[in-house]
Design a protein around this ligand. Structure first.
Ligand code: ATP
Ligand code: MG
Ligand code: MG
Ligand code: MG
Length: 574
């Protein structure tokens, strides 16, 4: 049992002195195991949808995950700092994410009516800070992290800590003078992430991911395998290949239709920057209902103005097609948004419906690494025959179970995953927008190259519970458990039992074994049920044999139990 020893930390707690409000019944709105158990075992409480308090036990396990994260970050050469949650809109406008993040960004005004956001992530803050403070190549590379509360007004906060609106994230950022240096940092972070999730006891997989709103190319997600995961992973049964299915290769057999491509009149419009200018140039009235669709081929943005009423409603499909859709508006902000997103706009096309865009996107998808999220769902408000110039539905085929793996080794299997971590090579996007520049060895100004690396700390906690539970409650892995030993006096009114329990309580913590002592005057059945629910690795029960100095010792993970003399206890456990 030596693995249950706590390294050098003396911790003890009496149940009567702390707050562990366990629940007998499963709360009705808790759909999944981790949410149910964290509530029932008295670890967390919701205050409002997607917002939680961490009660004493919840706080302890959260801090234990943080401890692992800190140790591995430091090992990877990152230094800790702390950035503000309250952030000025100015920074977010510079990168365009003020507009791009939409209602997910929590926005507020101060008393002077200035706009703020509550940090959903910290690229803007850190990049502008580093841009101010680091002016020379001599200070680079630099690797910085923080563990901090993030805010995202999720459309569907649910599953307890898994998808909160306020949650704890570890976010790290690295700054470099070369791609090689970034690649090295990325490798180090990759290793750190593997160590972190292994130490959490998790069954996980690193998968190729989609960079989403972050921009950037090389990116991996760390997925905890779980039935309740919201992501689908396509992986090879023989090799290391694994991808978020959003990114799994698409198999499209497609014949380019020159006919429909001709409908798109591409007009080169150098110098035209705003929607207003463009629409004037094209003599298109700025009327409501006209949409601007941006899509990307070969790194060039093409803007298409369309009057069509066919909308691509599915956000995943939009991502898959590389289409960004923005309702045409005269407001300055919308123009800025577009500009911020695309930098400069490529050719402008005028098009009446969405077919051409779909054609383009499919052509672009043909040989690329892209795809839609689900195999069994097709698209809303899009008529396949009308909108896709393909001979049949079957022609668009996303990767499926049983397909050969793209690396030629093994076949593809699907699994569900919970995204607990995400690492990106960002490149120069943020540094360019926020002016993070340095002088190189030749005294020349250069833009920094960046990486960013997130871990959902509170989500990881929930993922751990999701993987470590049985019908009676949680079973905490060794490095996460709030206490190593649950000490129970069956009948604390019996002086002999109470004395022995008190003796063990002192003895354990003196020997660096952390212990939660259930000293309550409750029925034994209640204590045992709570103990299983809370899920500490070892339970020591002081009962009838107390007069002989004998106690029962039971392991939570497998139910193994044995009677031990109190004199052998410490040696056996530590
Ligand atoms: P998701 O796809 O689940 O919405 P994301 O891709 O938007 O997550 P990132 O921007 O990559 O999230 O943030 C880094 C990490 O923060 C994620 O890998 C995840 O572990 C965690 N995270 C993101 N959103 C939430 C949330 N609402 N609640 C808890 N953790 C979250
Ligand atoms: Mg998200
Ligand atoms: Mg994601
Ligand atoms: Mg992500």
């Amino acid at each position: 049992m030596s693995k249950y020893r706590t390294n050098g930390v003396k911790r003890k707690m009496r149940h009567s002195q702390t707050l562990i409000p366990t629940l007998k019944e499963t709360p009705a709105d808790a759909e999944i195991r981790s949410h149910q158990l964290l509530l029932r075992a008295g670890f967390i409480r919701q205050t409002v949808s997607g917002v939680y308090s961490f009660l004493p036990l919840g706080n302890k396990v959260l801090k234990n995950v943080e401890k692992i994260v800190r140790e591995e970050m430091e090992k990877a050469g990152a230094v800790e700092m702390l950035m503000p949650a309250l952030q000025s809109s100015e920074l977010w406008k510079k990168t365009g994410r003020w507009y791009k993040l939409g209602s997910e960004l929590m926005r507020l005004h101060d008393r002077h009516d200035r706009e703020f956001a509550l940090g959903a992530t910290h690229e803007e803050v850190i990049t502008s800070l580093i841009g101010e403070e680091v002016k020379s190549y001599k200070k680079l590379p630099l690797s910085i992290y923080q563990i901090q509360t993030k805010f995202r007004d999720e459309q569907r906060p649910r599953f307890g800590l898994l998808r909160g609106r306020e949650f704890v994230m570890k976010d790290a950022y690295t700054f470099h003078t070369s791609q090689v240096s970034l690649d090295e940092a990325y490798e180090k972070m990759f290793t750190a992430y593997k160590n972190i999730f292994s130490r959490c006891g998790l069954n996980f997989r690193a998968v190729i991911a989609d960079s989403g709103a972050m921009g950037g190319k090389d990116t991996h997600e760390f997925m905890v395998l779980s039935e309740i995961g919201e992501d689908t992973i396509a992986y090879s049964d023989l090799s290391d290949f694994a991808a978020n299915i959003e990114m799994a290769p698409v198999n499209v057999s497609y014949e380019e239709s020159n006919e429909s491509l001709q409908e798109l009149q591409l007009v080169d419009t150098p110098g035209y920057k705003t929607m207003k200018e463009v629409s004037e140039f094209l003599q298109l009235p700025m009327e409501k209902g006209i949409k601007s669709l941006l899509f990307k081929t070969d790194d060039q943005y093409v803007m298409v103005l369309t009057r069509g009423d066919h909308e691509v409603n599915d956000i995943k499909l939009k991502n898959a097609l590389g289409v960004t859709e923005v309702e045409l508006a005269t407001e300055e902000e919308t123009q800025q948004q577009l500009l911020a997103e695309v930098g400069s706009i490529g050719p402008i096309g005028v098009q009446k419906d969405i077919r051409v865009i779909a054609d383009h996107a499919i052509a672009a998808m043909r040989n690329s690494y892209c795809g839609a999220n689900q195999t069994d769902k097709h698209y809303k408000n899009v008529n396949v025959e009308r909108d896709f110039n393909i001979s049949s539905y079957e022609d668009i085929r996303f990767i499926q179970e049983g397909d050969p793996s793209p690396d030629g080794m093994g076949t593809i299997q699907f699994a569900k995953g919970i995204e607990v971590g995400h690492i990106f090579k960002l490149g120069k996007f943020y540094a360019e927008k926020l002016g993070a520049q340095y002088l190189n060895e030749q005294g020349k100004q250069e833009t920094m190259i960046m990486g960013c690396y997130g871990i959902g700390v509170s989500r990881t906690l929930a993922a751990i519970v999701e993987q470590f539970n049985d019908e009676n409650g949680i079973m905490w892995p060794q490095e996460i458990t709030p206490y190593q030993v649950h000490l129970i006096a069956v009948n604390p009114k019996n002086q002999e039992q109470l004395d022995l329990a008190e003796q063990i309580y002192e003895q354990l913590q003196q020997n660096d074994v952390s212990v939660l002592f259930d000293d309550r005057k409750e029925r034994p059945g209640v204590k045992f049920a709570d103990s299983d629910l809370i899920g500490l690795p070892v339970r020591i029960t002081v009962g009838k044999k107390a007069s002989e100095g004998i106690v029962e010792c039971k392991l939570r993970e497998n139910g193994e139990q044995e009677d031990l003399h109190v004199n052998d206890l410490v040696e056996r456990i530590s």
